[in-house]
Design a protein around this ligand. Sequence first.
Ligand SMILES: CC(C)(COP(=O)(O)OP(=O)(O)OC[C@H]1O[C@@H](n2cnc3c(N)ncnc32)[C@H](O)[C@@H]1OP(=O)(O)O)[C@@H](O)C(=O)NCCC(=O)NCCS
Length: 162
Amino acid sequence: MPTRDDLSIRGTTVADGRAMWELARECGLDLNTSYAYLILAGDFSSSCRLALLGTEPVGYVLGYRPQDRPDHLFVWQVGVSARARGRGVAGRMLHDLLDTNPDVTALEATVEESNDASRALFTAVARSRGGELTWSEGLRAEDFPDDHPGEPRLEISGLHAR
Ligand SMILES: CC(C)(COP(=O)(O)OP(=O)(O)OC[C@H]1O[C@@H](n2cnc3c(N)ncnc32)[C@H](O)[C@@H]1OP(=O)(O)O)[C@@H](O)C(=O)NCCC(=O)NCCS
């Protein structure tokens, strides 16, 4: 299990797209094409993160800065391998993103109603940064072309350095 000492977190390169795709599949997240992970890992490296236990990838964040809200960071996906969960890996990746992008004032994401772990993660980040977490309708089930549940949207505004 990861300790604070053997876990490292860093920005991504194209070469990390493979591990991000594999982790997304392992975590049961909506699996984008492998091409998408390679492109995003390379071109959005400052808003993506990879967590490594030694040399083994155990978590990732896929994020981007929305063009019309450049001071926001949208977390598209966050996934941690089952063997490394509950040890603060996801929280550390999100805090690292905020620490290294100090101009970000708000974090955004969409989270299914049933995803307690993800909701707990963002609640914890809001609490430790003194941010206000608010919810809006986000993506409705009827907006999706397939059988996808709705994804309410959260925003954590007023973020402060820790
Ligand atoms: C959501 C996920 C990324 C959390 O990763 P993690 O590394 O275990 O999370 P952390 O250890 O950093 O925990 C962050 C906070 O969430 C809480 N938490 C984590 N898992 C939880 C769970 N299953 N139930 C309740 N709370 C949980 C932790 O207690 C912590 O809160 P605290 O600081 O108040 O104690 C991980 O469970 C996962 O990969 N799930 C599958 C993929 C997914 O659903 N991703 C999110 C949607 S994009």
